[in-house]
Design a protein around this ligand. Structure first.
Ligand SMILES: Nc1nc2c(ncn2[C@@H]2O[C@H](COP(=O)(O)OP(=O)(O)OP(=O)(O)O)[C@@H](O)[C@H]2O)c(=O)[nH]1
Ligand SMILES: [Mg+2]
Length: 293
């Protein structure tokens, strides 16, 4: 048996979460166009009995050079993921020019002395900048194998997976065959709600949102999980945006979240979700250390 922890590292919005979902064949990690959507170390599991392999992928927050408090927590998660992993998968977005962060990331990866593979993602998009990214990356990091992929359209994923398996050491199977994530229902539901809230609002609001569930109750006779939770924002005006006219926006967030829960859980999920204001939560250490891990 081969097994390995594989940390997926890269700048915000390069497609790391889309890729982990593609590897694991299910929704493990939430996705949005807004940078810094992922705020946790998210495990997704790929198991192949035929190939006697289990890979445990760790999706990480997009690495961004900023010293704001929340960002420092996110950067710490990237660092600890690199420490915990045996293989590092570095994902770049070929539709954007390589950024400042590439230098910091490459230095981090080189320092770790672990095997690194590079995935150049979004090759389904026009190839204008792809050559530039390829040239720059092969200069900065010449010895590392490079794979061109589209996480969205499932292109080049099999080849990348084969290379990861080749790189994996012998090891034990950590999770049963049918596991594709180790997340609790509570965490998954909160993340789904956050994804819908991000995707149904624009620009600045997503960074001000966090979600916490307060109560859950399994009603066996109805095969229903009842959930009460809160979407927190920083200001009254943001609360207005999230609630929407006559509650239309929050109703839509609840509706879309409930629909998605149907695809994931073998029971119905009923959501009772309210919006609350928590000023300056992004500066609150005890909250951040509870939320971001
Ligand atoms: N065209 C195209 N878009 C992609 C591809 N992979 C991801 N995207 C899009 O890129 C955006 C960001 O995707 P995510 O998977 O959330 O990116 P991420 O790297 O996890 O982002 P953070 O968690 O913020 O660091 C979303 O709009 C995705 O649909 C791809 O292969 N092709
Ligand atoms: Mg992500």
């Amino acid at each position: 048996m081969k097994s390995a922890f594989v940390a997926i590292i890269g700048r915000p919005s390069t497609g790391k979460s889309t890729l982990i979902n593609q590897f694991c064949g299910g929704k493990v990690s939430i996705i949005s166009r807004t940078p810094q959507t992922t705020r946790n170390k998210i495990r997704g599991i790929y198991t192949s009995q035929d190939l006697s392999t289990q890979l445990i992928f760790i999706d990480t927050p997009g690495f961004h050079n900023s010293d704001k408090k929340l960002n420092n927590y996110l950067k710490d998660l990237v660092h600890t993921s690199i420490e915990e992993a045996e293989i590092l998968l570095y994902v770049l977005d070929t539709a954007r020019p390589p950024g400042q962060e590439e230098h910091t990331i490459i230095n981090m990866l080189k320092k770790s002395d672990k095997p690194v593979l590079i995935a150049l993602n979004k090759i389904d998009l026009p190839a204008k900048l792809r050559k530039l990214t390829k040239e720059e990356i092969s200069q900065l990091y010449p010895e590392v194998p490079v794979f061109e992929i589209s996480a969205l359209e499932d292109k080049g994923i099999t080849e990348l997976l084969e290379a990861l398996i080749k790189t994996s050491p012998e090891g034990d199977q950590y999770y049963p065959d049918d596991y594709y994530t180790d997340q609790t229902p509570e965490f998954r539901i909160a993340e789904i709600i956050r994804e819908k809230a991000i995707n149904l609002t624009s620009q600045e609001l997503p960074h001000s949102i966090y979600v916490e569930l307060a109560d859950m109750e399994m009603r066996e006779e109805e095969n229903l999980l009842w959930v009460r939770g809160f979407i927190y924002v920083e200001r009254e005006s943001q609360k207005g945006i999230l609630v929407g006219k006559a509650g239309a926006k929050i109703k839509n967030i609840i509706h879309q979240s409930t629909e998605e829960c149907k695809d994931i859980f073998p029971y119905d999920v009923q959501l009772d979700i309210r919006v609350k204001v928590k000023p300056k939560w992004r500066k609150n250490d005890s909250l951040l250390s509870r939320l971001l891990k």
